[in-house]
Ligand binder design. Structure first.
Ligand code: TRP
Length: 328
């Protein structure tokens, strides 16, 4: 628990590509609202991004641009801590200790590992142990809650399991984060392939809306969004994934209920036009703030954030060293 009695929230995002609507409506919007109810720490997890092959410099450049995106969507450095994972050395040190209590079989069951390693010619051991580093991120800040999208549920459950195991072996040392994934983020699907979730690894960029898209690009992508041919507007994600996805986007942008919204439409065309307009209205203030940010300001915010993060992480890591009792 953080010192000011608010629960501590921690979350992370990889600097591995442009922020898209799935990230924003699925998780990042919740980061912004969580700032009001928790002592929030947000981390750009650059070391996680290195678990698949990268060019030198690629992740560093993406980090600065992602930080600016996060500030633009409303992460407020006065209210929360925004920092870069590799700037706080304790993450990798704690990850090692957690790997030592994590079972091979447990990691092998992780669906994100299975998905990311499928069809890859090179699979790093870091991709395999990735969830232990994620667990370290979380417990290094005595975190109570972890606002993430639904796809991270298994990693949070794994975190709880290995942290409980660590505490059993070495004495009560680390805070076990809450089981409940506190925020119900919307699951946004690919506009061209609505069976799949929206993701930067999509086959075609036409199915993905990026935060940096122009209004004209958004209108075009919405207009071409795949629906179906029964012509009925109904919220039914199982049988009508394309139409339901549009309703989800519109509902999330207007704080409405998708099933109720569906009743107001009889045709796909107006639903698409309204969804594009609602989305553009939500993104406009973000674009404005993003345009005003320069790299120097962003870098300074990250530097201050790393100092604040270290001040929390160092004493927690010291507790772990005391608990493990290696020669000092
Ligand atoms: N694995 C997360 C994702 O793919 C990113 C992440 C890394 C994270 N460390 C974290 C999320 C700690 C929450 C808490 O989205």
């Amino acid at each position: 628990m953080a010192t000011n009695d608010l629960p501590r929230a921690f979350s992370g995002i990889q600097p591995s590509g442009e922020v898209h609507l799935g990230n924003y409506l699925g998780a990042l919007r919740n980061w912004v609202s969580t700032q009001e109810t928790a002592d929030s720490i947000y981390c750009i997890v650059d070391l996680h991004a290195l678990s698949v092959p990268r060019e030198p410099g690629e992740i560093g450049r993406n980090t600065l641009s992602l930080a600016a995106d996060l500030l633009a969507i409303g992460i407020d450095p006065e209210k929360s801590t925004l920092f870069v994972q590799s700037n706080v050395r304790e993450h990798t040190e704690l990850a090692w200790h957690l790997q030592c209590v994590a079972a091979f079989g447990e990691l092998r069951r992780m669906t994100q590992f299975k998905d990311k390693s499928e069809d890859q010619s090179f699979i790093s051991t870091a991709l395999f142990t990735y969830p232990a580093l994620q667990a370290a991120d979380i417990v290094l800040y005595d975190s109570d809650i972890v606002p993430v999208g639904d796809d991270q549920r298994q990693h949070i459950e794994f975190t709880r399991d290995i942290v409980e195991r660590f505490n059993k072996r070495f004495g009560d040392t680390l805070v076990v984060p809450q089981h409940r994934i506190p925020t119900a983020g919307a699951r946004i699907r690919d506009l061209q392939n609505p069976e799949k979730k929206m993701s930067k690894s999509a086959e075609s960029p036409q199915g993905v809306i990026f935060l940096s898209d122009t209004p004209a690009q958004i209108e075009k992508k919405m207009k071409r969004a795949v629906t179906d041919n029964d012509g009925e507007v109904r919220f039914d994600p199982e049988n009508k994934p394309g139409v339901s996805n549009l309703l989800t986007i519109l509902a999330t942008c207007t704080d409405a209920d998708p099933a109720v919204l569906a009743e107001q439409y009889t045709q796909y065309g107006p639903l698409k036009t309204d969804t594009a307009a609602a989305l553009i209205a939500v993104l406009e203030p973000i674009w404005e703030r993003r345009a005003q940010l320069d790299d120097q300001t962003t870098a300074e915010i990250l530097r201050v954030g790393a100092d604040k993060a270290r001040a929390v992480a160092e004493p927690v890591m010291e507790r772990v060293r005391d608990a493990v009792q290696l020669h000092r």
